[in-house]
Design a protein around this ligand. Structure first.
Ligand code: NAP
Length: 288
């Protein structure tokens, strides 16, 4: 068997086109486009790239993009003041504080200072609670994007055995909640799980969000399963720097029914879902 490759870039492009069309309708109706503010503290090179890409994508979707780039020695009070000002700023529907923050800043406190109704990253404890209870809120973008790719594979989620490896607040927990909401039977696996290979072999839907290059081996995969590889790992191989996922892709693609590649799978979905969440925030705020 050779798996169908789930093209995350194509799905993200479609979603972005849809978001841009709806953002234009919103701008016409309300006299302003939806707005996203991104706050970057310090000069972490990877974070700078992420922030630049988010800004470009926001503008490409016809939305207002505001970037605040602060020096690494910004105090906690200064950052809290900025977040509170953005909470009050009527042009801004989404606020994102790029993580990781420098060590002297309390990331949990800063995230929890964002108005939950502008927390388009879905990291605020109120949004985590809303997700568990089943209320409308914001769901972390990578989890949301992973679900869209499962749907793209055309698999029936209801009643399926789903195994999620990883239990972070960022990916593992929210994607497990989304699967549960769709009536999958969900197993959350982690570093203390016994016989991870046997647990994975039960899965009709297998999501790997671990951060261990090629942890998931082809013989861990049930033939025909849908495999969503969230991992992004940089490795040295054959004298080259490569990006690989948490799944041993070449072998896994011979067993799975559908699989996401790395890069080009879950990755492109994350920013697309951020823009979707920002539009949703604008639409909800306009109704209040
Ligand atoms: P994280 O916070 O480090 O969590 C990793 C999880 O994996 C933990 O729950 C950990 O278990 C579990 N784990 C670690 N080693 C394991 C092992 N050998 N067997 C089973 N479980 C194991 O990572 P994260 O933030 O969720 O990110 C996971 C991966 O997704 C990373 O590669 C990250 O780069 C990638 N990612 C990609 C995107 C994207 O846009 N595509 C976005 C976010 C993250 P314990 O809880 O027991 O420690």
């Amino acid at each position: 068997m050779t798996a169908r490759i789930i093209d995350g870039k194509a799905v993200a492009d479609r979603l972005n086109a849809d978001t841009a069309a709806k953002a234009a309708v919103y701008a016409k109706a309300h006299g302003r486009p939806p707005g996203l503010a991104v706050v970057l503290v310090g000069e972490d090179p990877a974070s700078q790239v992420y922030v630049r890409n988010k800004g470009k994508s926001t503008i490409a979707a016809g939305m207002l993009s505001i970037e605040h780039k602060l020096p690494a020695d910004t105090s906690q009070d200064e950052l809290l003041r900025l977040v509170r000002a953005l909470n009050e700023d009527a042009r801004i529907d989404g606020i994102l504080v790029q993580l990781p923050l420098p060590k002297h800043l309390d990331a949990d406190l800063i995230i929890d200072t964002i108005d939950p109704d502008k927390d388009v990253d879905g990291f605020h404890v109120v949004n985590a609670g809303r997700l568990v209870v089943g209320f409308d809120g914001f769901v972390p973008c990578t989890a949301l994007g992973s679900m869209m790719l499962i749907d793209e594979a055309g698999v029936k989620v209801e009643g399926a055995e789903a195994v999620v490896i990883g239990r972070s607040n960022l990916v593992g927990k929210p994607v497990s909640q989304l699967l549960l909401r769709r009536n999958a039977t969900v197993t959350m696996a982690h570093s203390r799980t016994k016989d991870l290979a046997a647990v994975c072999r039960r899965a009709d839907i297998l999501i790997a969000a671990v951060g261990r290059p090629r942890l998931v081996q082809p013989d861990w995969i049930k033939p025909g399963a849908v495999v969503i590889d969230v991992g992004i790992n940089r490795i040295e191989e054959g004298g080259r720097n490569r990006l690989v996922g948490d799944v041993a892709y070449d072998g896994a693609a011979q067993v799975a029914g559908a699989i996401t590649p790395v890069p080009g799978g879950v990755g492109p979905m994350t920013i697309a879902c951020l823009l979707k969440n920002t539009l949703t925030s604008a639409e909800r705020r306009a109704k209040r």
